[in-house]
Design a protein around this ligand. Structure first.
Ligand code: ADP
Ligand code: ZN
Ligand code: ZN
Length: 750
């Protein structure tokens, strides 16, 4: 039972850092929880505040602390709920309470809300006419113009008057002082969907869709709250299911949050929701300013909207009567935060839903291994949709062995078969997409003759190539899980070929090769360079959709969620690229990307074809993606995770130690690992400690980064180790120059 409570007396955002400590009296010890609103003495007054942390240590002189007086009686305000959620996040993901609060409570805008002002007549029209005659007599033309206009239309926007009528603000104010007109001002919270036109429509659900909706709603009606995993092939109509569920929940006076990865949050998606729900919907996106985001949260709090759509952070929309959280494309790594606290939106959504009595629906065509594992274990309720709404067949998929191409003397990135099919498409006026999976460009080394990839003998992840430190030396191959190192090979250790190197082709190079090979083709390229601006991104997409190009070359950006009906060929240039990143999710990502890429072909009338080029055609993520067989992939992958003790079978905690000098970082990591080892031995728990090793990016901005990996079965044990590590590094002066961060079950490497 904690002795002290840390309290924020004013939740106005800028002051989040300003907390006060109070002693918890015996009679409140059992009941006091993070998030609760309490009454405390403050100077000579009594005020209310929120408990943001319970602790046994205070910096302040214990004697001078005052007692918490009581727990406030009112119903739970939304702030209490969000603070409690922040407390849960802090506990489960590490970091400070302040980090957590800043994540869940939006920063208040410094700028004022946009004010909407209009002007009305304040006098009877008869009197106004007399006044008008007076102005005309005195040649007060601006005043006359304004009155004339107001006699025609009883209310005018401030902007119309100062713009079209060219009447200045001071003239309006002068008339207001005379009592002739009245300025009406209302604070307007910017409505991001306000400019859209609605075309209400509702599809009648098919049998599969209806079954899913019925299952969830009958639970919901019975008061059962659950997490559902909706596994539905692309085009099976998941979005229609979401909308039907939302319609039901909101008609009962509750609210809904829909999380969609930013990249899939397209105009079309927003329109589908808007068409059905109109102004009750709002959206968030990362291009909004903090002020705009704050506005949307304010609208939610005031009850002006009941559906929020957005990426990860939309999860914290301050709805108090939340009935439903939907996470579309739940397998997307972007649902994991890469800044402290490194929370996963899926787990956090489930926690938030539990606190408020809401249901959660996770949707995907290729569920994450984590979620499918939980569904198998009965923790989530699995629902499936196997039919595409318009009964379009899935595309035909071929795998091309690039080793064979090399043997035949073709050293190009385009195989003979892919070239042939591209020629056909150009002849028939159909479109091709070429996908270069760049996620894996972290420098693995592979043999182009036999496909062999250099791996760590201890961790079964590929080694990363670090270029030579000095001229004349060879590069080093490093394992980012355990620190193992070996020199860069000159020949393949398996077949002896000299074609062993890091894979280098980028999208630009591919574009050059394609233009050389098909001079007549119109080519578009989409990658980080061509899409710096949002306009760039949308220009390329709409250009390609309007058939202004024959071939679109791109990174994963092009495989997510866009519908191009004239694409009948998708080529994956080197499927292995994502297979050999030093991350245990490599196979999972590869399977997902290949399945998604394949899903781009044949969305229109013509059937589609997919060509997957690879140096590793027997790899299960490639063979199962070819067959679009999720179950088969899952079986193999979960067996691998089991053998390697990786999540979701076990849990993994990565502790990062960062410092300005390599010695400080290394020494801090070494001592922490040692201390953790002693703690583990004493606790009798089965935990394996791996490392310290260099982080995948070992130095950023002159900050050196070391990592320690801890694997165990119970998540709760890892939380205890985090608490222990926080205490150890806080109490120990040697760590004053070492930054410590935690990542539980990392999804993007560390
Ligand atoms: P998913 O999200 O599973 O990929 P969508 O919800 O986007 O699928 O549906 C795919 C297409 O089918 C969309 O154009 C959608 O409007 C249409 N659609 C979905 N359900 C129905 C239905 N019951 N009747 C007619 N069209 C539907
Ligand atoms: Zn080889
Ligand atoms: Zn290793």
């Amino acid at each position: 039972m904690a002795k002290y409570a840390r309290i924020i007396v004013d939740i106005s955002q800028e002051k989040l850092d300003k907390t006060f400590d109070y002693r918890i009296p015996e009679r409140l010890k059992e009941r006091l929880k993070v998030g609760m609103q309490v009454v405390v003495p403050f100077g000579s007054r009594k005020i209310t505040g929120y408990v943001i942390e319970l602790t046994d240590e205070v910096d302040y002189d214990e004697e001078k602390l005052k007692d918490v007086l009581s727990i406030a009686k009112d119903s739970i305000p939304i702030e209490s709920h969000l603070i409690a959620l922040a407390g849960w996040m802090r506990q489960n993901y590490g970091g400070t309470m302040n980090h957590a609060l800043k994540t869940v409570i939006p920063i208040k805008a410094k700028k004022k809300q946009v004010e909407h002002k209009s002007v009305k007549l304040a006098v009877h029209p008869m009197e106004a006419k007399n006044q008008l005659a007076e102005y005309q007599r005195k040649h007060s033309t601006a005043r006359a113009r304004l009155l004339e206009a107001l006699l025609e239309e009883t209310e005018l926007d401030w902007e119309v008057i100062t713009g079209k009528l060219a009447v200045t603000g001071s003239v309006i104010r002068a008339l207001e002082e005379q009592g002739v007109v009245k300025v009406i001002s209302e604070t307007q919270y910017r409505n991001p969907v306000g400019h859209l036109t609605r075309q209400g429509y509702v599809h009648e659900l098919n049998e599969e869709q209806q079954h899913v909706v019925d299952t969830i709603l009958s639970d919901y009606e019975a008061g059962v709250r659950n997490t559902y995993l909706l596994k539905g092939v692309t085009g099976s109509g998941k979005t229609e299911v979401y909308m039907e569920l939302i319609a039901h929940v909101t008609s009962g006076g509750k609210q809904a949050i829909v999380l969609i990865p930013e990249i899939a949050l397209t105009y079309q998606t927003v329109m589908r929701f808007y068409n059905r729900f109109g102004d009750r919907v709002s959206i968030l996106n990362s291009r909004m300013t903090p002020g705009e985001r704050y506005d949307q949260f304010t609208r939610a709090k005031k009850g002006e909207i009941d559906i929020m759509i957005g990426p990860r952070s939309a999860l914290f929309t301050p709805f108090l009567n939340l009935g439903l959280i939907i996470i579309d494309e739940e397998h997307e790594p972007s649902y994991k935060s890469e800044t402290v606290p490194r929370y996963h939106a899926r787990e956090t959504a489930i926690e938030r839903a539990k606190m408020l009595g809401a249901s959660v629906v996770l949707g995907s065509a290729t569920p994450s291994i984590d979620s499918y594992y939980k569904a198998q274990a009965g923790e989530y309720h699995l629902l499936t949709m196997e039919k595409r709404v318009h009964e379009k067949p899935l595309p035909v998929c071929e795998v091309i062995d690039l080793r064979e191409e090399l043997k035949r003397g073709n050293r190009s990135i385009l195989s003979e078969r892919l070239t042939e099919l591209m020629e056909e498409r150009l002849r028939d006026g159909q479109q091709t997409m070429l996908f270069l999976n760049r996620r894996g460009m972290s420098g693995f080394v592979s043999c182009r003759a036999c496909g062999h990839v250099i791996k760590c003998p201890h961790c079964d992840v590929s080694l990363s190539l670090h270029s030579a430190r000095n001229y004349g030396e060879v590069g080093r191959m490093v394992c980012h899980y355990c620190g193992y190192e070996e020199p860069e090979p000159q020949n393949c250790p398996v077949c002896g070929s000299k074609y062993i190197s890091g894979f280098k082709a980028g999208t630009e190079k591919v574009e050059m090769i394609v233009k050389q090979r098909f001079p007549q083709a119109r080519v578009l390229r989409m990658d980080m360079d061509t899409t710096r601006s949002k306009e760039g991104y949308e220009q390329i997409l709409s250009g390609f959709a309007n058939r202004e190009a024959d071939i679109l070359i791109g990174t994963q950006m092009i495989v997510k969620g866009h519908d191009f009906p004239h694409v009948t060929l998708v080529g994956v240039l080197a499927a292995d690229l994502s297979l050999h990143v030093s991350d245990y999710h490599a196979s999972e990502r590869t399977f997902q990307l290949l399945t998604q890429a394949a899903g781009r072909a044949g969305r229109g009338e013509q059937p589609g074809e997919v060509v997957i080029q690879t140096y590793d055609p027997e790899h299960y993520s490639i063979t199962t993606a070819k067959e679009q067989d999720y179950e088969a992939f899952y079986e193999q992958e979960i067996a691998y995770r089991e053998i390697m003790c990786y999540p979701p079978v076990w849990n993994l905690l990565v502790i990062l130690c960062a410092s300005r000098t390599e010695e400080t970082a290394a020494e801090g990591a070494r001592r922490l690992a040692e201390h953790a080892g002693a703690w583990i031995t004493a606790s009798g728990k089965k935990v394996s400690v791996i490392g310290p090793a260099d982080a995948a990016v070992a130095k950023v901005n002159d900050i050196y980064k070391k990592v320690i990996y801890l694997k165990t079965q119970e998540y709760a044990t890892l939380v205890k180790i985090k608490d222990m590590a926080e205490k150890f590094t806080r109490d120990n002066r040697d760590y004053k120059d070492v930054m410590i961060q935690f990542d539980f079950n990392p999804v993007n490497g560390f």
